[in-house]
Write a protein of this length. Sequence first.
Length: 322
Amino acid sequence: MLTLYAHRGSRLTLGVAGLAALALLLLQPSAPGVAASQVLSPDAIQARYAGRAPVLPETGELAVFPGPAGEPAGDCAALAGGRTMVALVFGQSNASNTVDPGYDSRQPVYAFFGGSCQKAHDALPGATGAKGSSWPRLGDRVVSSGLYDTVIFADIARGGSSILNWGPGGTLNPLLLNTLDDLIAQGLPPTHILFHQGEADCALGLDAPDYRAMLEAVVSQIRQRVGEENDIIVARASLYLDPVCSEHSDPACYRSCPTLTAAQTEVANPARRIFSGPNTDLLVPWFDRNDGYHFTAKAADRFAAAWMPLLARGDSPVSAAQ
């Protein structure tokens, strides 16, 4: 099994180490007697990949940025309701704190963690990594556009995580469901669910039908928790640096899995408010990744901009007000 860990001096490379170790698992065969094209239940998928899914620390190295001296913790209740966007973010390292650091939100953009809402700074609490995040950049764009007056991000992304971790029976599934419950209890039911993940499963060699089935099971769990009155946006992602080659300045060292990004696309169902998000295999090429895996500040800006057309849909608060 794969164990991902990081001490203070190396925590910034959590996603790199995780993907490198995942690639070694490609040598392990699938469970015998199971056809790759057969649609399996989440339990059967977990059993099929038993011993191959990433084993992650219970909490990872969670970033907690205290903010400037004297900055008070935000009152979540005061931010609830009205024109407030509440986005639950989950996935792996590029949805966490691995961007080139140094960005502070300029608009009313907050991070939800531990029942409180603090001004969004690098790094966002609740997700792994200790560098920067793409999400405050998106929050500033949302507020500046007039789409919402306030944005709250609850980011629980974990570096190196697989859809097997997030799906039913996975180690991170309780975190996902409990965070949804916490947001609802605080009067902050999510208006949006943003998911960015797939690089780990490309390295792992997860079959596309299994990936799609597990992702659809996650979406069903979310819908059972929060209903149909929010948008679920599934980004497309699979590109990673092959650790066998490992030279991040050589484009030939990068691998992607078009079958996985196709599976992510196929989960979309606009009638149920499930949409395809940015395809970062195309949006963030190899030369815009600061270590071969993670986004540069320039790429994070482009990533944030790519979400805007998806958020500014016809039934947005701005359109409804007009």
